[in-house]
Design a protein around this ligand. Sequence first.
Ligand code: NA7
Length: 557
Amino acid sequence: MNQHTTTDSTPTEVDVLVVGAGFSGLRALQHLREKGYTVHVIEAGDDVGGTWYWNTYPGARVDIESLEYSYAFDDDLQQEWVWPERYAAQSDVLRYLRHVADRFDLRRDITFGERVTSCVFDEGDGTWLITTDTGAQWRSRFFIPAVGFLSTPYIPEIEGLADFDGPVIHSAQWPREGIDLTGKRVAIIGTGSSGVQLIPKIAEQAESLTVLQRSPMWVVPLQNTPMPLEYQTRIKSVYPELRRRELDESFAGNFLVDWEMRPSETRSALEVTPEEREAEYEFRWEAGGLSLYTSFADLIFNQEANDTLRDFLERKVRGMIKDPATADQLIPKDHPPLTKRLCCETGYYDAFNRDNVHLVNTKADPIATVTPTGVRLASGVTVDADVLVLATGFDAATGSLTRLNITGTGGRTLAEHWAAGARTHLGLMSDAFPNMFFLSGPLSPGGFFSPPLQSDYQVQVAGRIMDMVGEQGARSIEPKGESIDGWMAQVDAIYNMTLAPKASSWWSGENIPGKPKQFLYFLGGFAMYRDLCEQELAEGLQDYVVSDGAVPAGATS
Ligand code: NA7
């Protein structure tokens, strides 16, 4: 292991340099430090939390139950922590991560309030040189950009945006001190998960809210409640078993509804009677959250099966919205349910029954320009506003990585290397960028598996690979080009078996103009992903190039 060597002129040396102190970066620090590596984390924010530090907009909360959307690596931690609600609000997730940082004494190895400006691989000695905006430099054997996959806000280039007289606020850049919208006329662009959470909160406070909707999403009730004490106690008594089954049996890392209430259906939606089907959908609608994903086995594969869910959801929306024309606008026509991420609502549909909320269909009448006093549509209709909210999403999966100014072998940047699309092996490593590991990265199960659990596993895999490199006295490791090609073909093959190609969203990069279209996540499920990783480790990393020393077959840490 290297020693810390801090002087004014030479970089500080550590074994592993991590960027980002969210769920994945914190776990990387905790786990790799425990293994004996020297680790340092650089975080741009003033505190831990990552996504849960930055997204302070009203209504921000998880849509996987908190008893599951939390670390599993330490049983005392999960036994002790008390979640106040089934689905934690942003402030509670942040409180939890602060607790984790303190409990495992992580802060002493984190620099806050510094932004990494360049990361360069030194081919001479196989190390990374990381520089921050203060001029501080770090040299490390391994590099983990744990920057999150929904962390670079996307601000669309709408004509006139810079001339708007009032505040323009992206959902992920909400003022930490809040903003008083009482008596204000607010316009919001964007009706994905962030917009769906924000809209009811703004509607409660603002004088008026105009929702400028380009594409409706399929939205289901979250059914959040204060945490029932008996429920929490019961789950804690079976936590290890629940955690095991989240990994082995669940698709997204959320297993509680299937575990507690009713196992997921293994049958086709077309195999059961209409009454049985309706009962299943009704049960999962009432159970809440993302549980509709597991209603039937073929909803994501078979259009006819999927149409039965569409029919159910359409009826639900029409039943909740008083004005039939508004209900019609809120029902997606451009994609089947489940082919974009379901949004979970608390008061979203009710908001459209309020007199102060107005829905504008900007697909039919697009935004022409933002003016100093509002938004003008192509038809000439104007929407007056004092505050403009952009819930317009993120340059997901790759955006934060390609902006980090990472240079690999041959002086090539990651942005250049990925100009035609992200290339990774197992979503974990890229060729030409040795000794660098992604967590919940592109082409991993990332967008489809509970981030705390996925990054936990990937940190462990990265640690095992580091051990193998160290045991061999090797200088560096990177995946072979053909391994990446094979993995990408596998990701695409599974994607093409599903109905997902019928939708465009951040999952496929299509939310960002000019970004290469590429399905960015592995849809085979976590269990299959883990089996493939384990197989590779057992076979001795044959899919990788190990420089200055070979790793023997069968070697694992
Ligand atoms: P999303 O899901 O990417 O939603 C972004 C929204 O912004 C969506 O409704 C977009 O409409 C809309 N948008 C984006 N650009 C424009 C322009 N130029 N004009 C009009 N409307 C626009 O982001 P979220 O933050 O809500 O959620 C991201 C993930 O975070 C979510 O899936 C959860 O996993 C957590 P479009 O659909 O493109 O027509």
